[in-house]
Design a protein around this ligand. Structure first.
Ligand code: CAA
Length: 384
């Protein structure tokens, strides 16, 4: 492999693999049916140091690098993509944004509770009419003494119902476009913050996705992340890291689908032999493994650039674009290789197929990733 993992990274991968395949996998299929939030998994993941992996140790985190983080996240996604998306938003966007942009006081107040998984973090940027174009958001935050009063509705919020805090963006200056957007930390239970509609989704069913409704929600001014008007930049910076996380989720689910397909074709007899003996199917397996390896390298490359402190926006979008499209092809092929059984809930591939479908959509669609990549290459930024 071009990218050589250190002994420490390999140790983290093996520790998380063992935990994930023993503990997380045990209830994944059941939770897909019941939609039960994986609270117990997350609690144990907090104890293992997986819920604040990149947070500095002084704030209760592990101070791990991004490469270790993507290894851990893909191992969790291998067993349960619902648990993985909660881990991803919590680590990549919430903990990272507070670490990078929070005041010392905010870091001390929230990071230790987040890293222990005492509370889970959510990120609220999207609105009913502002998805791919978040600068069109209309939620407002109006200064009132030493508070801001937030009004508006956020949509498709991962962990909206089960989070302990949410980073929310809102317009503090309606005339200033994206430069008039600010970011705030709002604790669950703050008067005026309500959980709205809970989505009924085709996949990631144990992770709740909800509306969050802010009605005259008073938030202390000191809960602002960064400076007034910095919210869009904070969100975009968070999404850069988040997109590496989606690549890691894609790699994990794709590996699970490939392993399931290999097991199936080696066990299934047709026409007097194992179906793994048919060249047509062997080539499908070869293509799946090759694509997965390519996605892994893109994921590692983006993570390593981030760790080296280089600008990694383009690499994160490339990793997210390729890996999320790859996992959709691989889960489709894995299902096909299972024949009729793949279409039933007796085998896990139908869950992988459903879970992966949103990866090309959330944290920026494939089309948005192509805008980011082409803008970076052509250096003549065009509006979508
Ligand atoms: N890092 C830091 N700053 C950035 C940045 C980045 N990656 N990308 C843009 N910016 C800054 C720019 O420098 C610019 O700032 P200045 O004016 O000071 O120079 C500002 O942001 C505006 O940039 P653009 O003009 O490029 O912005 P745009 O309005 O054209 O939009 C976009 C660019 C790429 C399309 C962006 O809007 C985008 O990423 N859209 C998709 C949003 C998205 O991913 N939503 C998902 C939400 S989360 C989710 O899915 C739910 C969940 O919980 C999992």
């Amino acid at each position: 492999m071009f990218f050589k993992l250190t002994d420490e990274q390999l140790m983290i991968q093996s520790m998380v693999r063992e935990f994930s395949r023993k503990v997380v996998a045990a209830t994944a299929a059941e939770r897909d049916k019941t939609k039960e939030f994986p609270a117990e998994n997350l609690k144990q993941m907090g104890e293992l140091g997986l819920m604040g992996m990149m947070v500095p140790t002084e704030f209760g985190g592990e101070g791990a690098d991004t490469v270790s983080y993507v290894l851990a996240l893909s191992e969790i996604a291998y067993s349960c993509a619902s648990t993985a998306v909660v881990m991803s938003v919590h680590n990549s966007i919430v903990c990272e944004s507070i670490t990078k942009f929070g005041s010392q006081e905010l870091k001390k107040r929230f990071l230790p509770r987040l890293t222990e998984a005492e509370i889970i973090g959510a990120f609220a940027l999207t609105e009913p009419h502002a998805g791919s174009d978040p600068s069109a958001q209309i939620t407002t935050a109006v200064k009132d003494g030493d508070h801001y009063v937030i009004n508006g509705t956020k949509r498709f919020i991962t962990t909206g119902k089960n989070c302990g805090l949410v980073i929310v963006t809102a317009k503090t200056d309606e005339a200033a476009g994206h430069k008039g957007i600010s970011a705030f930390i709002v604790e669950q239970g703050t008067p005026g913050l309500k959980v709205g509609h809970v989505e009924d989704k085709m996949g990631l069913r144990a992770s709740d996705t909800t509306d969050l409704i802010f009605e005259d929600c008073r938030v202390p001014a000191k809960n602002m992340l960064g400076k007034e008007g910095q919210g869009f930049k904070i969100a975009m910076t968070g999404l850069d890291g988040g997109r590496i996380g989606i690549a890691a989720q894609s790699v994990g689910v794709a590996q699970a689908a490939l392993d399931a397909a290999v097991k199936y074709v080696k066990g299934r007899d047709q026409f007097g032999q194992k179906i793994s003996k048919f060249q047509g199917l062997r080539w499908i397996v070869a293509d799946m493994a090759t694509e997965l390896e390519a996605a892994k390298q893109l994921m590692f490359s983006a993570a390593a650039m981030k760790d080296r402190g280089e600008k990694y926006t383009q690499q994160a979008s490339m990793a997210k674009l390729f890996a999320s499209e790859m996992v959709n092809r691989i889960t489709g092929k894995a299902l096909q290789l299972h024949g009729g059984y793949g279409f039933t809930a007796d085998y896990p591939v139908e869950r992988f197929y459903r879970d992966a479908r949103v990866f090309t959509i959330y944290e920026g669609t494939s089309e948005i990733q192509r805008i980011v990549i082409s803008n970076n290459i052509l250096k003549d930024k065009r509006k979508p």
